[in-house]
Design a protein around this ligand. Structure first.
Ligand SMILES: Nc1ncnc2c1ncn2[C@@H]1O[C@H](COP(=O)(O)OP(=O)(O)O)[C@@H](O)[C@H]1O
Ligand SMILES: O=C(CO)[C@@H](O)[C@H](O)COP(=O)(O)O
Length: 562
């Protein structure tokens, strides 16, 4: 029997851009099981790159909903085959890439509620195209088709818009105009209108495909979609991930009627009521009890966004900065009071209903680093690291901006390189290019965090997570640019770990036990990189130049600020 049998635990899931991941955490808060399914590698039939399809317009970016379902099937079957003892799972929760949306077709709730344990989820939620055929005469609905003949199609659209999509500029303008401008929308919902935010995506679907919209019984975020699979019914959207939609009033935590009305008709009924992030949304469905042996009382705690879940997983404290280096790079902070501006986002806090979190998202994160690694470092992270080790802090004044896709923070596209004399140059030597990329990415984070009002204090620590936090040389540059020590937790999957912690918190629901009390036994983060003496002085001047050059590029590409 596997060594992870018979340990009472909570599961934490993450439906992120490139993979589905799971961890099991025991009652002493030790992670004793981790697994993942990588979309590009393990589900090649969907033909994704980095977990997504970029459409011909270069702006529309989607992922197949069935790929996510199939990934869940695969991972659960792997766990079963490894002897994982599901009967010991007390509760589970999870996270999803933020902003992405799933459109459940009318009738889906019946299918979800009556899943056969003899079949995999994906076989029942959407018949494959080859299986689609007219029901034989005498059989009036797919519901009564015998098992194996595939159930009813559960989704109004099979390709879901995800956070990388930037095709909704027109809908963003409409929404801001309806509520009195960008700042007014930000004060209401925590963010000005952003293309990837779900309200604008829903508005686009309604305008371009009204039939699919009208056939939709429920709209989920990726997080609440994943929770729905475990629940066997539609799960509500939680406040924290719901803050990434341009629809939720972050102060009083109800849908804004003005925003709903600006996006699409009957939207409130399709979204359901939002709930506090620590809510128990129900017990696991009988499908999982019968097929995998979960206990019938296993609780499902509301799923949330991957960044909010990471905040929980890293046990972020006020004053700390979290830097997530996943597919996207994000930087986030714990906030007592919301201070919405025109840049960045304020979300409801996932672990403390009175508080908030601020977030900045950078689209050109790991995929941009991978591209430069493949172009210049023989596709090897260790070669990439050698360049960081062999070049000087400050890169002899050479600075670079690397945005192969339109960046979110700030809205710049293209590669722009500058010599120490601020002359634009067309190329750098390979190792200078690699340092310019990493220094530039972290200088942008520091400058834009300061724009949100953030100041590094003597006790500030950076908590790093996400795939690239495995790379010590990248973390050293992060420590040097910020002048702050960088810590990591034992797994780079902080969204999964945070989800498992949130599940434990859910078990204590109703007792008013604060999240910090539930996770007090969790292992402390460990130091991964300390600032190099003298680095702060070098970056002080460089940060000013980076900010000036960023403005210069912005002015060249979109004209002078209004
Ligand atoms: N040693 C490494 N150095 C730098 N980046 C790495 C390293 N290992 C993995 N990564 C990056 O991590 C990324 C995946 O991060 P992850 O947090 O798992 O993403 P997501 O949660 O969005 O699916 C990959 O795209 C890869 O570029
Ligand atoms: O859009 C955002 C945050 O606003 C992204 O951070 C997504 O939440 C994707 O997360 P990863 O898969 O990159 O972790």
């Amino acid at each position: 029997m596997a060594e992870h049998a018979g340990r009472r635990c909570c599961l934490g899931w993450d439906f992120s851009t490139q993979q589905v991941k799971v961890v099991a955490v025991d009652a002493e808060l030790n992670v004793f099981y981790e697994d993942s399914v990588h979309f590009d590698r393990d589900l090649q039939e969907f033909g994704t790159q980095g977990g997504v399809h970029v459409h011909e317009d270069g702006l529309t970016v989607t992922s197949p909903v069935l790929m996510w379902v199939q990934a869940l099937d695969i991972i659960l079957e792997k766990m079963k085959a490894s002897g994982f003892d599901f009967s010991q799972v007390l509760a589970l929760s999870g996270a999803g890439q933020q902003h992405g949306s799933v459109y459940w077709k009318a009738g889906a709730s019946q299918v979800l509620a009556s899943l056969s344990p003899d079949l995999l989820l994906h076989e029942q939620l959407q018949p494959s195209r080859t299986l689609l055929r007219v029901p034989p005469s005498g059989i009036s609905s797919w519901d009564v088709m015998p098992p194996g003949d595939a159930g009813k199609a559960c989704f109004s659209i099979s390709d879901c818009p995800v956070w990388m999509d930037s095709s909704t500029t027109a809908q963003c303008h409409q929404l801001e105009a309806t509520v009195g401008g960008a700042q007014a929308l930000s004060c209401l919902t925590g963010s000005r209108a952003y293309e990837r935010f779900t309200g604008n995506q829903i508005a686009k679907l309604y305008q371009q495909n009204p039939e699919a919209y009208s056939h939709t019984e429920r709209i989920s975020l990726v997080s609440s979609f994943a929770a729905s699979l475990f629940l066997g019914s539609h799960s509500p959207i939680d406040y924290s991930d719901g803050s990434g939609m341009n629809l939720l009033r972050i102060q009083d935590k109800v849908w804004s009627q003005a925003c709903l009305g600006a996006c699409a008709p009957h939207l409130e009924e399709k979204l359901g009521l939002p709930v506090p992030s620590c809510s128990v949304v129900g017990a696991i469905s009988s499908y999982f009890v019968q097929r995998y042996g979960f206990p019938p009382g296993c609780k499902v705690v509301a799923f949330t966004g991957d960044n909010p879940a990471s905040l929980a997983g890293m046990r972020l404290e006020e004053g700390d900065i979290a830097v997530s280096l996943g597919t996207s790079d994000t930087l986030f902070l714990w906030l007592q009071e919301p201070t919405p501006t025109l840049e960045g986002h304020i979300f409801c806090n996932p672990v403390d209903p009175q508080h908030y979190m601020a977030l900045l998202c950078f689209k050109n994160g790991s995929l941009m680093r991978e591209k430069i690694r493949d172009e210049l470092a023989s596709s090897s992270w260790s070669e990439f690291s050698k360049a960081l080790q062999s070049t000087e802090i400050g890169n002899c004044g050479n600075l670079g901006f690397y945005f192969d896709v339109m960046e979110i923070t700030p809205e710049i596209i293209g590669r722009h390189r500058f010599s120490a004399e601020n002359h634009e140059v067309s190329a750098f030597p390979w190792d200078v290019e690699i340092r310019a990329l990493i220094e530039g990415q972290f200088m942008a984070k520091k400058i834009h965090a300061e724009g949100l009002g953030y100041r590094v204090m003597p006790k500030t620590k950076i908590l790093a997570t996400g795939g690239a936090s495995h790379n010590r040389d990248i973390l050293q540059v992060l420590a040097d640019v910020f002048g702050t020590p960088v810590y990591v937790i034992d797994t780079a999957n902080s969204a999964c770990v945070g989800s498992a912690y949130r599940a434990f918190h859910g078990l204590a629901a109703g007792t008013d036990v604060p999240f910090s009390e539930v996770v007090k036994l969790a292992p402390n983060p460990r130091l991964a990189a300390a600032p190099t003496p003298g680095a702060s002085q070098v970056y002080e001047a460089l940060l000013q130049r980076y900010a000036m050059l960023e403005q210069r590029i912005l002015t060249q590409t979109r004209g002078p600020p209004e």
